[in-house]
Design a protein around this ligand. Structure first.
Ligand code: 5GP
Length: 192
């Protein structure tokens, strides 16, 4: 998605440790007009898939998921990060390792909000090592719902997440795939 790539080149900052900082338009300050365009692009790519629900993970996926859900006319469910998985058994839960914080935590979704009749599109801001997306795939599988695919804003193609999730047989659509980035020069190289 050209608009997104240009914005990354203009406002993104490459940090040490393979982190791309995009907090002035994506995951701290949010450019809602850009989110609306992102939502339209996901709608175009997953049109005709019969999506009934968008699933994301708190916190930075929520804004994008909402603007995408508006396009599909369906609700958003966000997996909550939890200190303990013991919430009376009425939840689907799995374990996720945070790429940016290096912590392991449980994510939960109430069983009320995912059912076997659902056709779920996963949305997230980044795909790095794939732990967050893998956790979301697991929750969908546990619920018996159908996983339509995953829409990712920025995939870091030099990390293993894309291969891991596509290897699970999941359709992953990334709007920008970064193949290389250099903290010394600040350069970002996109796949084609
Ligand atoms: P993964 O589980 O794929 O390793 O990492 C995905 C999560 O880590 C995303 O939800 C995102 O919040 C965060 N993340 C991973 N890489 C980056 C990055 O380069 N920049 C930022 N801002 N967040 C990242």
């Amino acid at each position: 998605m050209e608009l997104l790539k240009q914005r990354i080149l203009k406002d993104g900052h490459v940090k040490a440790g393979n982190v791309l900082k995009v907090d002035n338009f994506l995951n701290h300050q949010m450019d809602v007009a850009l989110f609306a365009e992102i939502g339209k692009e996901f709608k175009r790519r997953f049109a005709g898939c019969g999506v009934t629900k968008i699933l994301t993970i708190e916190a930075s996926g929520i804004g994008i998921a909402c603007l995408t859900a508006e396009q599909f006319g369906v609700p958003v469910v966000f997996a909550k990060k939890s200190q303990s998985r013991n919430i009376d058994g009425e939840v689907f839960t799995t374990r996720v390792e945070s790429f940016t914080h290096g912590r392991v935590y449980d994510i939960i979704v109430s069983k009320k909000f995912l059912s076997p009749g659902d056709r779920v599109l996963l949305i997230d801001d980044f795909l790095a090592k794939g732990s967050a997306l893998n956790g979301l795939c697991q929750l969908v599988e546990d619920s018996g719902a159908t996983l339509v695919g995953a829409g990712i804003v920025i995939e870091k193609g030099f990390q293993e997440g894309g291969e891991l999730i596509r290897g699970r047989g999941v359709r992953v659509e990334s709007l920008a795939i970064v193949d290389a980035m250099d903290p010394e020069t600040g350069s970002v190289t996109f796949r084609d």
